[in-house]
Design a protein around this ligand. Structure first.
Ligand code: SF4
Length: 191
């Protein structure tokens, strides 16, 4: 079985999975979840686990984020808009955009699909058609890349990037539960 992406789980889901896949895993799930979701690392030894337990966690779970290809800045009236082009593990490009909201606040606009089937006439993405849905961990991974790799202080998320979010309903709703999970990112449900 392939390792399960840790950032594709809520804390409760991780606990349940850890109980099954890692000996005595339940008790360490919270620390490892926070380490990944809040600090961007998956390092079981750093929380005091020995080699056997660490190996069991690594065999059962993974923590891989999309790769940053490049970032393009554009100056505007309210500040700098920054577009990050990311590469998924299977080599597809997606993008997330940090949008200035004034008073030093930023919103992150993320993608929910690679391409889109909706065919809006004005939209560049429409030309691709729908290549595939993004998985939950790939949707969450964009926020983690923005915060932990690019160092962007983003506290709000909108799903208005590549793709029609409601066409990938299950993964999108799952990702929102992870954004809101107080065991990890703890993003508020309202602005
Ligand atoms: S990404 Fe949005 S604007 Fe573009 S085709 Fe899909 S639904 Fe329309």
């Amino acid at each position: 079985m392939d390792p399960i992406p840790l950032h594709g789980c809520t804390l409760d889901e991780l606990r349940t999975l850890a109980k099954t896949h890692v000996p005595r895993g339940f008790g360490k799930a919270r620390e490892l979840y926070q380490q990944a979701l809040v600090h961007g690392r998956f390092d079981p030894e750093a929380i005091g686990l020995g080699p056997e337990a660490a190996a069991a966690w690594r065999a059962a779970f993974s923590f891989e984020l999309p790769e940053v290809i490049h970032v393009v800045d554009e100056e505007g009236e309210t500040g700098t808009t920054a577009k990050a082009v990311l590469r998924t593990k299977d080599g597809l490009e997606i993008e997330c955009v940090r949008i200035p909201m004034g008073r030093g606040r930023h919103t992150l606009c993320i993608s929910s699909q690679v391409g889109c089937k909706m065919g809006c006439a004005f939209c560049e993405t429409a030309r691709l058609g729908l290549l595939r849905h993004l998985r939950t961990d790939e949707i969450v991974g964009q926020v983690l890349v923005a915060r932990q790799v690019l160092g962007w202080d983003v506290r709000n998320v909108v799903l208005m990037g590549m793709g029609e979010a409601l066409d990938n309903y299950d993964h999108v709703v799952h990702a929102i539960r992870i954004f809101n999970d107080t065991g990890g990112l703890a993003m508020a449900q309202s602005a």
